[in-house]
Structure formats: structure tokens, C-alpha cells
Design a protein around this ligand. Structure first.
Ligand code: SF4
Length: 212
């Protein structure tokens, strides 16, 4: 089976296992998703979702974040790890949004990654989830699942993104992100993956060498 075939069959299995896969971060606007994604670095979505209702009702526009002292943002996100750095990132990012983009969210990965603190992963999540623009985000789960399945040989997220994009049609890029993240969280965990319960065993290089 070549890699393209494998990717297609893997997606079919995961789509059945997680039929409503989407980001688990709560948001109503692209700006809210951008802020939530910045907050989610090395933090659970559950913790982020616990603080964002109050944060989002206080700060509604990029101007709101850009014009306050970072201490005001910190007040709302103190339970999130690295909250001081994240408050600073959010403020700088929103300042750039106001100054360079007239307060509107850019809709391309090139423009979005010009925002301070926004890398390809964050940009891809916002483009795909908030705008429905094809994008594939590689986080720690996507990386692990892709490598274990033998769908990616690289180690850098940018290389893995390119490899995966070459294997699946554009319309499935977003699904790859969401399905691999859910599978990585629930089944293919970093430590002690639940291979016995996994529907992907027949495709999995890791299982063949270590689990099987
Ligand atoms: S068989 Fe195990 S290692 Fe392979 S994808 Fe499934 S859970 Fe992950």
C-alpha cells in the first residue's frame, strides 16, 4: 500500500471514529479563536475554555487588547501557564492587527504569520476553523500520529505539514488536523498508546515494530 492509499484509509477510519471532529476550543469569532489558540500552547483546551468566556466579554476587538496594559489581560488568564508571556503576545499581536491590517484578521498564512507570536500552527488552525480556508496544522499530536503511522518521515513540523499535504486532497487538510489531534489525545497517546483499542493497527509502523 503506498502512502497516499494509507492516508486515505486512515482518514476513513478516523472519520468514522470521530464523526464531528473540530477544534475543542470554544470561540465565536476569528479573533476569539486566535486568542484561544495562543492561550492553548502547552495548556489543555479545557483550561483555556474555562477562562475565555470572561476574557471575551471584556475584550471584543483587537483595539480592546491593543490599548490596555498587559496586566489587565493577565487578570483574566492567571490560571493559564505562561500567562504573562501569553498576555504580552496577545497584546502585541492585536497591536499589529490594528496597525497593519486595520483591525481585520488576515486570511492567508503568509500574512497571519507576520503577527507576533503566531506561527504556522496557530495560523493554520484559525484559517481552517474560523474561515474554512484549507490549512493543515501540525501540533505535537499530529506529528506523533503521522510519524507512528509512517505517513511522515521528517521531524520538523513544517516538513511534516508538507508531507501530509502531499498525501491528502486539500479538502481533507482540516480533517487531518482535527482527526489526528483527537486520535492523539484519546487513543494514540504519547505514553502508553491504546493500541489494543485502535482501528489503525493494520496501517501502523509503530505497532508493527513495538506494539504488535
Ligand atoms: S496502533 Fe497504537 S501507535 Fe499505532 S496509531 Fe494506533 S494507538 Fe497509535
Amino acid at each position: 500500500m503506498d502512502k497516499e492509499d494509507k492516508a486515505k484509509r486512515v482518514l476513513a477510519v478516523l472519520k468514522k471514529a470521530f464523526p464531528r471532529a473540530k477544534t475543542e476550543l470554544n470561540f465565536k469569532t476569528p479573533l476569539e479563536l486566535l486568542v484561544a489558540t495562543i492561550l492553548s500552547a502547552q495548556c489543555t483546551d479545557r483550561k483555556v475554555n474555562a477562562v475565555t468566556p470572561e476574557l471575551f466579554s471584556r475584550f471584543r476587538t483587537p483595539e480592546d487588547y491593543a490599548t490596555v496594559d498587559t496586566a489587565e489581560i493577565e487578570r483574566y488568564i492567571g490560571s493559564i501557564n505562561f500567562y504573562k508571556n501569553k498576555a504580552r503576545s496577545i497584546k502585541l499581536c492585536c497591536k499589529r492587527l490594528v496597525e497593519e491590517f486595520g483591525g481585520r484578521m488576515p486570511r492567508s498564512i503568509e500574512e497571519m504569520t507576520r503577527l507576533p507570536g503566531v506561527g504556522r500552527k496557530t495560523a493554520s488552525i484559525v484559517l481552517a476553523e474560523a474561515f474554512g480556508i484549507p490549512a493543515l496544522a501540525v501540533d505535537t499530536h499530529v506529528k506523533r500520529v503521522a510519524q507512528r503511522l509512517g505517513l511522515a518521515s521528517g521531524d520538523k513540523p513544517d516538513d511534516i505539514e508538507e508531507e501530509l499535504k502531499g498525501l491528502v486532497p486539500e479538502k481533507d487538510w482540516r480533517s487531518v488536523t482535527n482527526l489526528f489531534i483527537l486520535h492523539g489525545r484519546r487513543v494514540c497517546r504519547a505514553k502508553n498508546p491504546l493500541c489494543g483499542e485502535c482501528g489503525l493497527r493494520e496501517f501502523c509502523e509503530y505497532y508493527k515494530t513495538k506494539g504488535g
